[in-house]
Design a protein around this ligand. Structure first.
Ligand code: FES
Length: 314
C-alpha cells in the first residue's frame, strides 16, 4: 500500500501534518521520501525518508518513526531541486506509483542541480532555438558583414594641376569628388579635398626624414611609394584630431601661414607637424602622383581620427 496524498502524518506523540507529495527514485520507480506539510502557520514541507515511515495504517493515515521534535529536524523541501514526471519523461510511472502524477517529484539530475530549475529549462529552450535559427541566420549575417571585409579602394583621383601652386611652403587646397557607398545605402557623391605643399628641402626632410613613404593595401602589399625627394606633398583634408576640415591661415603669431583647424584649434606647420592643439598626430600624408604636365593624382586614403598611429579605414 502507498500513502495517499492528504493522508495524515502522525508521530509517536501526535499528528504533525499531512502528506503533500511523494518523491520517487527515477531508476527504481520506488517512493524514496514522503513530503509532509506541517500543520500550523508556517506549513513547511519536510522530506521524510520512506524508511522512517513506520506504518501505513490506511490510505488516510501514516505513522512516522519519530517524535514531533525529531520530525522538525527533517530537511525542508527545496522545490528547485526536483522536477515533475511531466518535465522528465519516466516510462511506466503509472505502473509503479499510485498517487496523483502532479504531486510526484523526481530529483533533478546531478548535472543540473546547481542551475535553478526554471533557468535551466529557459536556457535549454534558447539553446535549441539558437541551433535551429543559426543555419537560417548565417547567410544574412554573411551578407550584412560583407562591407566590413571590403578591400581598400586604391583608386586614383585627378585633383588639378600643380602649376596653380606658385609659392613654396604654403598650403594649396584642391577639391575633388568621390563616389562613396556606405554599407547598403545607394552610392553618394562626396566632395573631398587635399592640401598640397610645394615643399622646400627642409619641409621634405621634416615629412619624410630622408626615406620614401610606402602605402599598403589590406593584404599588406605596397600599392604606392611617395619619393622622399618629390617636390609636392599632399595632406588629407581631414584633421587627425576628430576629422574636421582645416584651412591654411596666416595669423599674428604665424605670419607665413599654418594649417589651422577651427574645431579645437589644432595648428600644424607646412610639413604637417603639430605645433599646438589636441591633434594626436601630424597631418596624414597621402599617396601623390604628378605627371610631366603637372597633373596631380591622389589615392584618397582615410585614417582613423583621434589616435596616435595611422590606422587605415578606407
Ligand atoms: S577636429 Fe581638428 S582640432 Fe579637433
Amino acid at each position: 500500500m502507498q500513502p495517499k496524498l492528504t493522508a495524515k502524518a502522525r508521530c509517536s506523540d501526535g499528528e504533525v501534518g499531512k502528506i503533500s507529495k511523494v518523491i520517487m527514485d527515477p531508476i527504481s520507480h520506488e517512493v524514496s521520501h514522503v513530503v509532509v506539510q506541517e500543520s500550523g502557520a508556517m506549513r513547511l514541507e519536510r522530506c521524510v525518508p520512506i524508511g522512517d515511515v513506520q506504518e501505513i495504517v490506511s490510505e488516510e493515515e501514516v505513522v512516522l518513526r519519530c517524535s514531533s521534535s525529531e520530525f522538525s529536524q527533517y530537511s525542508v523541501l527545496d522545490r528547485d531541486q526536483y522536477v515533475t514526471p511531466h518535465e522528465v519523461e519516466i516510462a511506466h510511472l503509472e505502473d509503479n506509483i499510485h498517487v496523483e502524477p502532479g504531486e510526484v517529484l523526481v530529483p533533478l539530475p546531478c548535472l543540473e542541480r546547481d542551475v535553478p530549475r526554471r533557468t535551466f529549462f529557459t536556457n535549454m529552450t534558447h539553446a535549441i532555438g539558437a541551433l535551429i535559427a543559426l543555419p537560417l541566420a548565417f547567410p544574412v549575417l554573411k551578407y550584412l558583414m560583407k562591407p566590413m571585409y571590403k578591400p581598400f579602394d586604391n583608386a586614383w583621383f585627378d585633383v588639378g594641376n600643380s602649376k596653380k601652386i606658385a609659392k613654396e611652403n604654403i598650403g594649396y587646397q584642391f577639391k575633388f569628388t568621390r563616389g562613396f557607398k556606405e554599407a547598403f545605402m545607394p552610392e553618394q557623391q562626396i566632395e573631398k579635398n587635399i592640401w598640397v605643399v610645394k615643399a622646400t628641402p627642409e619641409v621634405k626632410k621634416a615629412v619624410y626624414e630622408g626615406e620614401d613613404r610606402k602605402f599598403y593595401d589590406n593584404k599588406g602589399d605596397v600599392i604606392w611609394v611617395n619619393k622622399a625627394n618629390s617636390p609636392f606633398i599632399g595632406f588629407s583634408g581631414k584633421c587627425p584630431h576628430l576629422g574636421c576640415g582645416y584651412k591654411w591661415r596666416r595669423t599674428k603669431n604665424f605670419p607665413d601661414g599654418v594649417f589651422l583647424c577651427p574645431c579645437h584649434l589644432s595648428i600644424y606647420d607646412e610639413a604637417g607637424k603639430v605645433i599646438d592643439g589636441p591633434a594626436p598626430r601630424a597631418l596624414d600624408v597621402l599617396p601623390l602622383d604628378i605627371n610631366a604636365g603637372g597633373e596631380i593624382k591622389v589615392i584618397d586614403v582615410e585614417y582613423k581620427a583621434g589616435v596616435k598611429n595611422q590606422i587605415r579605414l578606407l
